[in-house]
Design a protein around this ligand. Structure first.
Ligand SMILES: CC(C)(COP(=O)(O)OP(=O)(O)OC[C@H]1O[C@@H](n2cnc3c(N)ncnc32)[C@H](O)[C@@H]1OP(=O)(O)O)[C@@H](O)C(=O)NCCC(=O)NCCS
Length: 174
């Protein structure tokens, strides 16, 4: 009975998290379902987290745009003699503090994204990502450090202020 109540509760929380425009509230709803998520982390409503039993661990002050974090793999279930729906091989996925995960990135089981890293839009992350790195592509590879990306952005904004219509004076890093 308790398991059934928990399941229904999680379905309701998951439905609310799919429509809420508030990424902090969405993060809180995932926490309530059992995902480990640190403080100050934003999870947007179109994010997919495949596990709510401790296999997905997300640190503080991260941003997860519409990505998928997949902590299991049922691709060989049939050959292993498992039915679909039965537990599949699974491994912990860790996203350390201060990471940004781009839109439509996919993070596969067993991967650790090191502190302060950026995963580019549409990347498929199959291996660990070192801290303070920018990765992109399929499979995702390191393209530069975060410090190098920031420097490049600063130069771009200085030379083309029109790409940041909110106003260059807002950027305290300049
Ligand atoms: C990864 C990222 C941060 C890199 O930014 P950048 O360094 O300014 O990007 P550049 O366009 O200069 O690209 C550098 C190289 O990486 C490649 N690249 C950049 N982003 C890529 C991506 N998402 N997937 C695959 N390759 C990518 C470029 O093709 C280029 O390769 P080249 O040197 O062989 O030509 C950025 O492209 C990105 O994906 N940001 C996330 C955007 C997002 O998801 N926003 C969500 C809403 S806020």
């Amino acid at each position: 009975m308790r398991t059934m109540i928990r399941r229904v509760r999680n379905i309701l929380l998951s439905l609310i998290s799919k429509v809420s425009p508030d990424p902090y509230l969405v993060a809180e709803l995932w926490r309530k379902q059992g995902v480990k998520i640190g403080t100050g982390t934003c999870v947007y409503r179109d994010v997919v987290l495949s596990d709510t039993n401790g296999l997905i661990q997300i640190g503080n002050n991260c941003v997860l745009t519409g990505c998928a974090v997949i902590a299991h793999d049922a691709s060989t279930n049939k050959m292993l003699g498992l039915k679909y729906g039965e537990p599949s091989p699974s491994q912990i996925v860790t996203i350390e503090d201060d990471c940004f995960i781009g839109y439509h990135a996919i993070i596969l089981m067993g991967v650790k994204i090191g502190k302060g890293s950026i995963v580019g839009a549409g990347s498929v992350v199959t291996r660990d990502v070192p801290s303070d790195s920018v990765v992109s592509g399929n499979p995702a590879k390191v393209i530069c450090t975060v410090a190098e990306l920031v420097e490049k952005r600063i130069q771009l904004i200085k030379s083309h202020p029109e790409i940041f219509p909110a106003g260059i004076e807002k950027l305290t890093a300049l």
